[in-house]
Write a protein of this length. Structure first.
Length: 74
């Protein structure tokens, strides 16, 4: 039932990974997105470096936030 019990765990965005995410990677492609457009990938501890490096290699601006920080402030 919706709204009852614990929320579903957030899942890592890495293809094929079903682990619980601990990091939120906020990013945008400045060639096609305005500054107010932010995309979000979620990352488990195993894939956080891979996903961050993938975006950084393309010079996409990004920001890392712990998932716990976003869940408690929302």
């Amino acid at each position: 039932m919706i709204g009852i019990g614990e929320p579903e765990p957030l899942t890592c965005s890495r293809a094929g990974c079903r682990e619980t995410a601990e990091w939120r990677i906020e990013w945008r492609n400045p060639r096609i997105h305005s500054e107010d457009r932010v995309k979000v990938w979620l990352a488990c501890p195993e894939h956080v470096d891979f996903l961050r490096e993938f975006l950084a290699a393309r010079d996409f601006p990004l920001r890392m936030v712990a998932v716990d920080d976003t869940r408690t402030s929302a």
